[in-house]
Write a protein that binds this ligand. Structure first.
Ligand code: SF4
Length: 347
């Protein structure tokens, strides 16, 4: 790492005028607050993250509070943010930090990377942003900026390009004003060198940007080669009582929507009706408008089937994986967003 270089100097001059300096996690900076914000900001924009971050900090002000929480409490605060493995990893790492680091978020790269859900760039951001020690980051915003600045073609996820970009990021990162620099480079990527329609006219790097000089801004970074996503259809049972309670099942902790509450799932309507008959329940379900959801690796169509039981036939008993929920309890548990929307729509 260099002490200061002309790139860093130009960037810091821009940051002093235009950078973001009042984000909630920039106040009262601690390793914990920066870590939580960095995890929430993965794949998610600042504007979306702010209310989630504030609610999370109110509920779990310290690593210890998070470590002692029930997984349902953590997941309920994550409902709507997506990528739920982030919340599960955050919770698991809070327990590890409490047990192995006396509740203090580590300050060194290797100890941070050893925790679940923390990669090299997130570790660099924590070191830099929380502790103002020299840290290097290479998140999506920085990758896009560097590939454009150097007109690097080819999908940046390829290992040889990833290695090259890490080297560039390391060479450019100064030791002085390191926290401001890492914030500045993230801000420039997020607010000026945006994925679509970057604001090159307002960019402090326009004179040294190779993509701009070569008229390749729109085509760099090269997108990930697309594979056609497979499509899957499932049926879910929307089982309700006359009083409006709904039967929910907790999903296994691993896999899609791991640990969240959802509706009982079946491969198709026939399997759903067979299960109802086995339980001695009526099979005359009514179809509800299907929901479509796209995951990173497949597309899912969920076909809900509604059955309202009268009290006398509420024969479905609860166990530790399935429970009846009143409408007002639904905001206290972790629910997958499409299921939450369905439940709201069918109250
Ligand atoms: S000039 Fe445009 S493409 Fe180049 S770094 Fe700046 S915003 Fe990005």
């Amino acid at each position: 790492m260099t002490t200061i270089n002309s790139f860093a100097e130009q960037l810091l001059t821009w940051f002093d005028q235009h950078g973001r300096k009042h984000l909630p996690w920039q106040k009262n900076r601690t390793g914990y607050r920066v870590w939580v914000s960095e995890i929430m900001l993965q794949q998610t924009q600042v504007i979306t993250v702010i209310p989630y971050f504030e609610r999370f900090m109110e509920q779990f002000p310290t690593v210890k509070d998070l470590a002692q929480a029930q997984s349902d409490e953590v997941l309920s605060l994550w409902t709507g943010l997506g990528y739920y493995s982030r919340a599960r990893n955050l919770h698991a790492s809070a327990i590890a930090i409490t047990e192995q680091h006396q509740g203090n978020v580590p300050k060194d790269l290797d100890a941070l990377i050893a925790l679940k859900g923390i990669g090299r760039s997130t570790a660099g951001a924590i070191i830099s942003q929380a502790y103002n020690n020299p840290g290097v980051i290479l998140d999506g915003n920085v990758k896009r900026l560097l590939t454009r600045l150097h007109a690097i073609e080819g999908w940046p996820g390829q290992s040889h390009l990833d290695k090259q970009l890490w080297q560039m990021a390391t060479d450019l990162t100064p030791t002085q004003r390191n926290a401001d620099y890492t914030q500045a480079i993230m801000d420039l990527g997020a607010t000026i060198c945006k994925p679509k329609q970057p604001l090159c006219v307002a960019c402090p790097m326009q004179d040294c940007c190779h993509a701009l000089a070569q008229d390749k801004v729109a085509s760099i970074p090269t997108p990930k080669p697309k594979k056609a996503l497979p499509h899957k259809t499932i049926s879910v049972l929307l089982l309700k009582t006359q009083q409006g309670q709904t039967l929910l099942e907790q999903r296994p902790s691993k896999g899609i929507w791991g640990g969240l509450w959802s509706l009982p799932e079946f491969v198709d309507l026939k399997a759903l009706q067979t299960q109802l008959a086995v339980n001695g329940l009526p099979t005359n379900t009514s179809p509800v408008t299907p929901i479509k959801h796209v995951f990173s690796h497949y597309k899912l169509t969920i076909e809900p089937h509604l059955l309202v039981l009268d009290n006398a036939s509420k024969k479905v008993s609860e166990n530790n994986k399935s429970q009846w929920y009143d409408p007002q309890q639904l905001h206290t548990i972790g629910l997958a967003t499409p299921i939450k929307k369905l439940l709201e729509r069918t109250q």
